[in-house]
Design a protein around this ligand. Structure first.
Ligand SMILES: Nc1ncnc2c1ncn2[C@@H]1O[C@H](COP(=O)(O)OP(=O)(O)OP(=O)(O)O)[C@@H](O)[C@H]1O
Ligand SMILES: [Zn+2]
Length: 376
């Protein structure tokens, strides 16, 4: 309150504002921590996932005693310990096209702290329709990005910048590619700071994309962005409209790996293209199968299924037709978590190979079939 340019009015504005954070993971935890400590009046936390041991390296609101608890609930407990006077809504559901508008509507500002492309487009379209600013963070390996979308009357949306989703084989989640925990801390803190600046009127309103590289010289670079694109299908006046959010298939639009809320179980209608770990085990015992493992070579070296053949994902996606065979053996694709194998199986089917991916990857194999199979 004694801070010049901020003062009591700034503090009161924080108290009167509500912020919703989607994703209580590596970015969401530090963002939430600073928002609660700063005295934001109402904070929503949306996350459907549970706290796992491997999260604790960066998801700093969770701890060993709360393993297995929903992340939204674990984060809420931590925040109340910091500031008991904040109103906290812990929402243990995944944000999906059917619930996005109603879940986000009550809040003034939205923070995107998620890790997958379908959710990013869903959040952007929803923010545009609700006329709310969206503070978006991303982090992977040693790098991070920060951008505020849909700010004011003319700020661009995510689709203005990224009209087409990235190729699925070029992206990965933290668990697939690894991340230095402190990097998510930096970006998550910056997201909280953006929100605080917007709330208190300290934000200059000019759109920019901040790129951070822990190993870069200099580590921070800022790129000025253009205003809203008139032809943008989501926010532009001349654009074809994206349509009703609840009718959009964001997973299909992003052309590949489904976010984990869909891979938690076999989704209805997908048995033609996917197989569970248990059913693959059964198939291995009763019929001729060909198993392709698309993980990096080092991981294949750590452990693999008997008779499985190692084929790096990029190689397979580049030349799927080389896997066409004339025998009756069914082709199954496996990977560590069940995302890359979907991309590979799609590519194989495109080339005419009858192929299925194993849902949940080798993680599911060790959980459902062979507890001795290493988890790494
Ligand atoms: N549609 C969604 N609705 C709600 N939460 C989401 C959605 N998509 C992603 N998330 C959440 O965003 C968070 C992203 O955080 P982060 O990438 O650090 O963690 P993670 O998914 O736990 O990581 P890992 O890849 O190691 O499992 C996760 O907690 C995830 O559950
Ligand atoms: Zn736009």
């Amino acid at each position: 309150m004694i801070l010049d340019g901020f003062g009591l009015p700034g503090q009161l504005k924080l108290q009167a504002t509500s912020v919703v954070v989607v994703g209580a993971g590596g970015l969401g935890c530090p963002a939430l921590q600073y928002l609660a400590a700063a005295g934001v009046g109402r904070i929503g936390i949306i996350d459907h996932d549970l706290v796992e041991l491997s999260n604790l390296q960066r998801q700093i609101l969770h701890n060993e005693s709360r393993l297995g608890l929903p992340k939204a609930q674990s984060a809420a407990i931590a925040l109340q310990q910091i500031n008991s006077r904040v109103q906290i809504d812990a929402i243990t559901e995944a944000l999906m096209p059917g619930n996005a508008l109603s879940l986000l509507e009550p809040y003034d500002i939205i923070l995107d702290c998620t890790d997958n492309a379908p959710t990013r487009y869903l959040l952007s379209d929803t923010a545009v329709q609700l006329h709310k600013p969206l503070v978006s963070g991303a982090a992977q390996k040693y790098e991070g990005q920060l951008c505020t979308y849909n700010l004011g009357e003319s700020g661009p949306c995510y689709r203005c910048l990224f009209p087409k989703p990235p190729a699925p084989e070029t992206t990965g989640t933290c668990e697939e590619t690894g991340i230095l925990g402190a990097v998510t801390g930096i970006i998550g803190n910056l997201q909280a700071l953006e929100a605080i600046k917007i709330i208190t009127g300290l934000h200059d309103g000019k759109p920019s994309l901040l790129i951070y590289s822990a190993l870069g010289i200099p580590p921070f670079r800022s790129i000025k962005l253009r205003n809203r694109k008139p032809t943008c299908p989501a926010c532009g006046v001349e654009g074809e409209k994206v349509g009703k959010i609840e009718d959009i298939d964001y997973v299909q639009f992003c052309g590949g790996a489904r976010p984990d809320w869909e891979t938690l179980g076999l989704v209805a209608g997908t048995t033609q293209t996917r197989i569970s770990a248990k059913d693959l085990k059964h198939a291995m015992e009763t019929e001729d199968v060909r198993i392709l493992d698309v993980r990096p070579k080092t991981e294949f070296g750590i452990c693999h299924l008997p008779t499985s053949i190692h084929v790096p994902l990029r190689e397979l996606v580049a030349h799927p037709a080389t896997f066409v065979r004339s025998d009756d053996a069914e082709t199954y694709v496996v990977c560590r978590l069940g995302n890359d194998s979907q991309i590979a199986a799609d590519a194989l089917r495109g080339a005419g190979v009858v192929a299925k991916d194993m849902v949940g990857g080798l993680r599911a194999w060790s959980r459902d079939v062979d507890p001795e199979f290493p988890i790494y």
